[in-house]
Design a protein around this ligand. Structure first.
Ligand code: ARG
Length: 469
């Protein structure tokens, strides 16, 4: 058991206590961030004449060799260390001797871990944003290919009015665009450096916190040392944003599953993204969509867990906060996997325009347009609504669509109907005439797609201050 403390203790830690307390089994994930933070810290210590140039060089060299050895597999994360911070410090001292003991001057694990976690989360925000961008590109492509692919639009899962595949998917484009902007807000809010907060009350060494902050690509240093070591708001905000991403993915998955079902057959999920049944040979199941939908619960769980962990904590650092890691890591991994798989599934699935158009035609999705036809001929909307209602009843009796009725039959309900009704209620007209901003009409849709094209031009437009190589 390698620990960073022990001076005041007269007994060894119980094995079970050590195991319960340790975080090395999961915070090893912060290894690279810990090294990055430590290098910046000692460079600043030297600049401030708190350590000598030789000591700084020895520490940086030591840390670099530790990092290289881990990368090359020459050094492994062996058992017995309390956390990633003690592992690295122990290895450093082993390698460079006394100079290594100076690395922790003016620092506590409290601000150190606060820094590591921020660096980690900040980077993950960028990679999740990247995956959202990839998904948006795929949605954009499918949209541009399907501006005139008609399908029924639903409310209450009842056929309502005709829309297009481009329009339906455009709704998701908006959702994922908002998800990106939520991540960007979070990024900007959290991009301040906690290092130098010490255990909780700063330090008596003349640290240059702004210098460290700028070396590490932060906007600046945090303004309250107690808050710096005990703030996990950004984890909560991340988990909340990720929960929303999952909620959006889950809705899309649900639709994919419905559309892929035997009853709908609007789409076909690619074989590479489907699975079979061990007993029923005919089956091709949408497991990936179901799993993404299912994993949403896990990410919500992480959010609830983190909110609950934080709720009663007095200032400043408490060990409870160690619980931030596993849930946050798990949520990040889950969302990244889901985004990758989901994007591949959407990219490869086939739409069936004929089935969708047929479905759009046989559920009275043009009833509103038929009422609007009457309104344009001077019938007040409420009366038109009643007339079309009676027309629909007649159709249900005859098991046909409005456009299947003879002109005489139409006239038997209202003599305002003329032969031009048939043109006014085709799928094409119903969609084409929808010209309001945000509507599915092709003119509108092309304008929106133009905006989306511009939006997609620059992948990193959201992150001017920190762009990952
Ligand atoms: N493993 C700890 C965590 O994740 C590191 C900070 C430990 N600080 C302390 N005072 N024990 O929170």
């Amino acid at each position: 058991m390698a620990q960073l403390w022990g001076g005041r203790f007269t007994k060894e830690t119980e094995e079970s206590v050590f195991k319960f307390n340790e975080s090395f089994s999961f915070d090893r994930r912060l290894f690279y961030k810990d090294i990055e933070g430590s290098v910046a810290h000692v460079v600043m210590l030297e600049k401030q004449k708190i350590i000598t140039l030789e000591e700084k060089d020895a520490i940086v060299k030591g840390l670099t060799s530790i990092q290289e050895d881990v990368e090359q597999g020459r050094l492994t994360f062996e058992e017995g260390f309390e956390d990633v911070h003690s592992f690295i410090e122990a290895k450093l001292i082993e390698r460079i001797g006394d100079a290594g003991k100076k690395m922790h001057t003016g620092r506590s694990r409290n601000d150190q871990v606060a820094l590591d976690m921020r660096l980690y989360v900040r980077e993950e925000i960028v990679s999740i944003d990247d995956l959202l961008y990839d998904l948006l590109k795929v949605i954009y492509r499918v949209m541009s290919e399907n501006i005139e692919t008609y399908m029924p639009g639903f409310t209450h899962l009842q056929k309502a009015q005709p829309v297009t595949v481009a329009h339906h998917l455009g709704a998701y484009f908006e959702m994922f665009k908002r998800d990106r902007s939520r991540l960007k807000d979070l990024y900007n809010r959290m991009n301040f450096c906690p290092l130098g907060a010490g255990a909780l009350a700063g330090t008596t060494y003349p640290l240059d916190r702004e210098y460290v902050a700028s070396m590490l690509g932060f906007e600046g240093a945090t303004l309250n040392s107690m808050d710096s070591v005990s703030d996990r708001d950004y984890c909560i905000e991340l988990l909340s944003s990720l929960s929303t991403v999952m909620m959006h993915l889950s809705r899309f998955c649900e639709e994919t599953i419905i559309w892929n079902s035997n009853e709908y057959r609007f789409i076909e999920i690619d074989d590479a993204y489907s699975t079979g049944s061990s007993i029923m040979p005919q089956k091709k199941n949408p497991d990936i969509a179901e799993l993404v939908r299912g994993k949403t619960g896990r990410v919500y769980g992480a959010l609830m867990s983190m909110l609950t962990t934080m709720k009663g904590l007095p200032l400043a650092y408490n060990k409870d906060m160690q619980e931030d890691k596993e849930v946050t890591f798990d949520a990040i991994d889950t969302v990244k996997d889901c985004l990758k798989l989901f994007t591949g599934m959407i990219d490869t699935m086939k739409f069936r325009p004929d089935v969708m158009a047929r479905s759009a035609m046989n559920g009275f999705t043009n009833a509103t347009d038929a009422a609007d036809y009457l309104v344009k001929k001077g019938v007040p909307f409420r009366d038109a609504h009643g007339i079309i209602g009676r027309l629909v009843l007649l159709c249900i009796e005859k098991n046909c669509s409005i456009e299947d009725l003879e002109l005489e039959e139409l006239k038997s309900i209202s003599d305002v109907f003329e032969a031009d009704l048939y043109d006014a209620i085709t799928l094409k007209t119903c969609v084409e005439k929808r010209l309001t901003k945000g509507a599915p009409g092709p003119k509108q849709m092309n304008e929106v797609l133009g905006l989306y094209e511009k939006y997609l031009k620059d992948r990193n437009v959201l992150y001017q201050s920190y762009v990952k190589e």
